[in-house]
Design a protein around this ligand. Structure first.
Ligand SMILES: Cc1ncc(COP(=O)(O)O)c(C=O)c1O
Length: 392
């Protein structure tokens, strides 16, 4: 039975401290684990789907309330759960972008934003990053002007990542949104690395749309996410179907076109919901998370030759590090080559560093306890010492 799922081998959570850059905020809570078992059947949340027959109206389990809570929590007017942040991008782009329209995103945009633009027939144009790997309001203004000159029309949408996936830097979204709004360009804030791990106030950011990822940052099963918007845009993006069968005359009531009628069912939506109380609580402790991140970065920086490529001091738990002049010098001589680092870390109970990477790589300390943070810092130092690197 080649395709049997070996549950025992999925031991990452039990056995190791996981510092994988993309998994940290998505790890399930015990509540989500239990909910996933109870609601494993695909249509399990649909038992009480009555009138109107749509996911976001279901009262038991309290999916309707969850939608209202999500919108309030993000300080937006309305929200829908979606199958991943990318499907949120897609719903917005498919609504606002016409074929041939330029769409602004950034040099640090995630590839899924490009996919959403392309699917809608738009033409992506990137705001460049500055020397410090930031997207600035000035650069946004320059790019908007250039794009208007190039296309003789105003872009219908601008994407900006609240925190980017490459450096884990926090960008001046409010400043960028202010510029975009001067040109009447709606702004979609990609909160894949913020919604669910740090406080996000969509209104204060000037967001027209806030998109989050359940499996990346809301302790939820994949694929899940959230799309929140304002009253100004909700009617368009969450428009209901006008479709009619020409033979049968059937119509489809209140089903929302961009949501394909209904979005998350079963495990994904109840998993998100089950984790929500903890997620709502944990974002209040963001300062501690940042301090933890800083402690590990400082431990790494005390290994001679190591550089941090992300903002320093750290403002986020995702960090890009350059160890070409430290761990990689070991790798050149080591019999395991670049695999020595992940292998030595694993012996110390740490997983998530991509096997083979000793040059430029990323890690994420989100969700670790004080004790685990100390252990991770000491483990890096221990590996360095054992392999003859200097501690400064
Ligand atoms: C910055 C960023 N945006 C968007 C996405 C897409 O999120 P999702 O997998 O929820 O569609 C990811 C993750 O893959 C990401 O890192």
């Amino acid at each position: 039975m080649k395709c049997a799922v070996d549950i025992e081998s999925r031991d990452v959570e039990e056995m190791y401290i996981n510092i994988d850059p993309i998994q940290a905020g998505g790890r399930l809570t015990a509540e989500a684990m239990r909910a996933a078992i109870a609601y494993g059947d695909g249509y399990s949340v649909c038992d009480n789907c009555r009138n109107p027959p749509r996911l976001d109206y279901i009262k038991n389990p309290p999916i309707a309330q969850y939608h209202a809570d999500l919108a309030a929590w993000l300080n937006m007017d309305t929200a829908r759960v979606v199958p991943g942040a990318r499907r949120g991008f897609q719903a917005v782009a498919s609504t606002l972008v016409e074929k041939g329209d330029p769409v602004i995103l950034t040099a640090l945009a995630h590839y899924t934003e490009f996919m959403a633009v392309e699917a809608a027939g738009g033409i992506p144009r990137e705001i460049p990053k500055d020397k410090k790997n930031h997207i600035t309001p000035d650069a946004a203004a320059e790019k908007i002007e250039a794009v208007i000159r190039e296309f003789s029309k105003t872009p219908p949408l601008l994407f900006v990542d609240h925190v980017d996936y490459q450096f884990g830097n926090v960008h001046d979204v409010a400043g960028i949104a202010k510029v975009a709004h001067q040109y009447d360009i709606p702004v979609l804030v990609n909160g894949a690395y913020t919604v669910g791990i740090m406080p996000v106030d969509g209104n204060a950011l000037g967001a027209d749309f806030v998109v989050g990822s359940g499996h990346k940052s809301m302790a939820a099963p994949a694929p899940s996410g959230v799309l929140a918007t304002t009253n100004e845009h909700a009617e368009r993006v969450f428009r209901t179907t006008q479709a009619k069968g020409d033979v049968t005359g059937r119509t489809f009531g209140l089903k929302e076109v961009e949501m394909m009628g209904c979005t998350l069912m079963g495990v994904t939506v109840v998993g998100m919901m089950a984790s929500f109380p903890r997620v709502r609580e944990r974002v209040k402790h963001w300062d501690t998370e940042v301090a933890h991140s800083q402690a590990v970065v400082d431990a790494l920086l005390s290994i001679e030759g190591t550089k941090v490529l992300s903002d320093y001091p750290r403002q986020h738990t995702l960090t890009r590090i350059d160890t070409r002049e430290s761990f990689d010098t070991v790798a050149q001589q080591h019999k395991k080559r670049g695999f020595f680092l992940s292998s030595d870390l694993k012996k110390r109970g740490i997983t998530g560093v991509i096997p083979g990477s000793t040059r430029v790589w990323k890690f994420n300390t989100f969700g670790l306890t004080e004790k685990q943070i100390r252990h991770v810092g000491e483990a890096f130092l221990g590996v360095a010492r054992e392999n003859g690197l200097n501690i400064i």
